[in-house]
Design a protein around this ligand. Sequence first.
Ligand SMILES: NC(=O)C1=CN([C@@H]2O[C@H](COP(=O)(O)OP(=O)(O)OC[C@H]3O[C@@H](n4cnc5c(N)ncnc54)[C@H](OP(=O)(O)O)[C@@H]3O)[C@@H](O)[C@H]2O)C=CC1
Ligand SMILES: Nc1nc2c(c(=O)[nH]1)N=C([C@H](O)[C@@H](O)CO)CN2
Length: 241
Amino acid sequence: MGITSSARPVLITGAGKRIGLALARHFLAQQQPVIISYRTRYAAVDELEQAGAVCLYGDFSSNDGITQFADAVKQHCAGLRAIVHNASAWLAESPDLSPAATLAAMLQIHVNTPYLLNHLLEPLLRGRGHASADIIHFTDYVVERGSDKHIAYAASKAALDNLTRSFARKLAPEVKVNAIAPAMIMFNDHDDAQYRQEALNKSLMKIAPGEQEIIGLVDYLLSSQYVTGRTHAVDGGRPLR
Ligand SMILES: NC(=O)C1=CN([C@@H]2O[C@H](COP(=O)(O)OP(=O)(O)OC[C@H]3O[C@@H](n4cnc5c(N)ncnc54)[C@H](OP(=O)(O)O)[C@@H]3O)[C@@H](O)[C@H]2O)C=CC1
Ligand SMILES: Nc1nc2c(c(=O)[nH]1)N=C([C@H](O)[C@@H](O)CO)CN2
């Protein structure tokens, strides 16, 4: 199914699974048109397409890949309601990959990708009046604390956090730009029982709350006429432990 020429979809990167997928399903259920990027063609991508989403292949591991994806978005719509920068890789430092390659990969997906997409798609966000469009960057609680196992990941998310304030300044008052900084929203299937218990114990709230906490905050940010340039923690009170 296509998108009508007057519709302004929400663009969600990396939405073939988990939080991005939950957001895409949520918007579609509200009759809000959606464009997603996927790199791996999960079965859920077919499901989103059947529900009316435009699903575009996007591999952001090169700047050419980012530009090609932006061109494809422009062919599908003349305006965007929002860009949700969800695509991410949680790469730990490891003997299997050099520190230089680890850092380059983290900067590519968490800095180059949102930076270039925000520039390339800026004309699609503008022109609809005050607070009429949004950019949301997904960062991480570790931006404020650092991480001994995910050093490059934390640094790249910190740079993304900073981009939030720069793009908020640049694009106001037409476009609001905010960051969501989660900690422990959902486990990965391979996480063992000991890891899960230790991770839960790190917060005051001691749960893995699931995607709904993120969806609620995204809805709030899109509905606001005033909130911009801010980082919004969804961390179960982690800094207080
Ligand atoms: N889950 C959690 O508890 C937390 C999540 N966050 C943040 O929230 C957001 C969503 O998290 P979550 O759902 O767990 O994310 P996932 O890691 O499960 O999924 C991220 C998506 O990004 C895509 N992606 C990664 N690299 C690239 C690339 N180079 N080009 C194109 N697509 C790419 C992946 O594609 P593919 O499947 O092909 O690899 C995947 O679909 C992320 O930004 C994450 O950092 C922050 C803190 C906690
Ligand atoms: N892109 C991703 N980023 C993060 C993930 C993930 O699965 N993909 N997971 C986390 C953890 O949940 C962490 O917050 C607690 O163990 C962090 N970032």
